[in-house]
Design a protein around this ligand. Structure first.
Ligand code: PMP
Ligand code: GLN
Length: 384
């Protein structure tokens, strides 16, 4: 019999995610949880009623593998403003079990053994392990503080004849930065000249602040042709537990990523797909989100104005980075643990998003919370 202890790990460097770790610690110590990114307010009752309706009406069996057609059609029309050529619901859009599965299926479809994949650090924790499981080599390039911009020299130097894919995350978790259109166009030139593909994680597309706009790779012709954009309804509709998202990619790439999707999960739950198809037909259900979350960001920043934490700009996502360099020189992981246990507020240390563990003394706070949660948390944080 094979012993678990002698089975070589495919991901020896990987432990349990920081989100699981910090949420569990918050629970254990009854701390306010501003660590893992999820709202603590309810989702729209209309959306819940729609799910109930479709369940009661008997829509409880397998959905088609690529997703319910009505939902894919609605997504195609939601995407219309991005590009003059319409998106083909049948050949370009696939419903996935959250952006997580969309990213995993895409990476496993595109990355071949020994391919190099550029990952910009700080990076969301899924990308590098998914690349490793596909047999590829993640090549990490650090973004430049304070605004987490791309260092184009570093990026180009990191490329080799084996480079196959660049992964971007826009708006960026955990940085809270966004990519201006000019940067996307520059990326397009680079990937065309080097014949690469792009995976663009855009789960925070509707959380962009200060009058700025989200620019999708789908709106840049050369990137649309050689890219996969990944989205999440969990984020957009305050329902992270529903685990439903989608990918948008040219037909040839979609065909390949569906081959992985069909064996990871086959299809995504039916009643929620049908409910979201109806709900998406009203753009008011997502167009006001930036205003809604900007109010929360501003409130959190105001509440924190007298604290010793120093905010970095948060232009997108529902995360606010804060420097604690004026408070302590502890490593960020230790600081986040100490604050959870001793001061009752959980956050996420940023060094875990760096392959080399770089510690800028930054913590990430999720402000996608009720006013009372933010007030209570800020009161505790201001005492530190
Ligand atoms: N990408 C990023 C950058 C995220 O923050 C998250 C968490 N929402 C995901 C992907 C995964 O999204 P989902 O919960 O839809 O799987
Ligand atoms: N995306 C969420 C965050 O950044 C966490 C999702 C998860 O726990 N895997 O907080």
């Amino acid at each position: 019999m094979i012993q678990a202890s002698t089975t070589p790990s495919k991901l020896p460097q990987v432990g349990t995610t920081i989100f699981t770790e910090m949420s569990a610690l918050a629970l254990e110590h009854s701390a306010i949880n501003l660590s893992q990114g999820f709202p603590d307010f309810p989702l729209d009752a209309q959306l819940i009623d729609l799910v109930k309706y479709y369940m009661t009406e008997g829509h409880n069996q397998y959905a088609p593998m690529p997703g319910v057609p009505a939902l894919r059609k609605q997504i195609a029309s939601k995407l219309k403003p991005y590009h003059a050529d319409p998106f083909d619901a049948d050949q370009e859009i696939t419903i996935t079990s959250g952006a997580t599965e969309g990213l995993f299926a895409t990476i496993n479809a595109l990355v071949h053994p020994l391919d190099e994949v550029i990952i910009l650090d700080p990076s969301y924790d899924l990308y590098a392990p998914a690349v490793v499981l596909a047999g590829g080599n993640p090549i990490h390039v650090e973004l430049e503080l304070p605004d987490f911009s791309i260092n184009w020299d570093k990026l180009e130097k990191a490329m080799s004849p084996r480079t196959r894919v660049v992964i971007i995350n826009n708006p960026n978790n955990p940085a809270g930065s966004i990519l201006p259109r000019a940067e996307l166009e520059r990326l397009a030139e680079l990937v065309v000249s080097k014949d690469l593909m792009v995976i663009s994680d855009e789960v925070y597309e509707h959380m962009v602040y200060d009058g700025l706009q989200h620019h999708s790779i789908l709106s840049v012709p050369d990137l649309r042709d050689r890219g996969v954009a990944v989205f999440s309804f969990g984020k957009t509709f305050h329902a992270t537990g529903w685990k439903i998202g989608y990918t948008v990619a040219p037909p040839n790439i979609t065909k390949e990523l569906r081959k992985v999707h069909q064996f990871v999960t086959f299809s995504v739950n039916t009643p929620i797909q049908l409910a979201i198809a109806d709900y998406l037909s009203d753009p008011d259900h997502y167009q006001g989100l930036s205003v809604f979350f900007q109010e929360k960001r501003d409130m959190f920043l105001n509440l924190m104005a007298t604290s010793r934490f120093k905010p970095l700009p948060s232009r997108g996502t529902y995360f606010q980075l804060m420097s604690y360099a004026d408070i302590s020189d502890r490593p960020d992981r230790e600081m986040a643990h100490w604050m959870t246990v001793e001061h009752g507020v959980a956050s996420i240390p940023i060094s875990v998003f760096y392959q080399n563990g770089r510690d800028h003394k930054l913590l990430r706070f999720c402000f996608g919370k009720n006013t009372s949660t933010l007030q209570e948390a800020a009161k505790k944080l201001c005492k530190i």
